[in-house]
Design a protein. Structure first.
Length: 85
């Protein structure tokens, strides 16, 4: 199995990957932002637990676009995704 698996709702996101990826720690983003489509996300808290990331906050799945722009990507939905949360 490779790549990222993703499940999410308005206040949470769960990501996991079983391709030898490992991360431990906490990431906190206290700002509320908007993606290029005007959808708001944040603040959110990420808990990195080995091959799993649990994100809690407002629409954390939309933060992937911002993370890619600053080259510290942790996943999330593609900025061009039409899915509604």
């Amino acid at each position: 199995m490779s790549g990222w698996n993703l499940r999410y709702g308005r206040w949470w996101m769960l990501q996991w990957s079983l391709n030898w990826w490992l991360s431990l720690g906490v990431h906190v983003d206290l700002k509320q932002r908007k993606d290029h489509r005007g959808r708001s996300f944040g603040p959110y808290l990420d808990l990195h637990l080995g091959c799993v990331i649990l994100s809690l906050g407002w629409n954390p799945a939309y933060s992937g676009e911002l993370e890619r722009l600053v080259s510290t990507s942790r996943g999330g939905l593609d900025g061009n995704c039409d899915e509604a949360v």
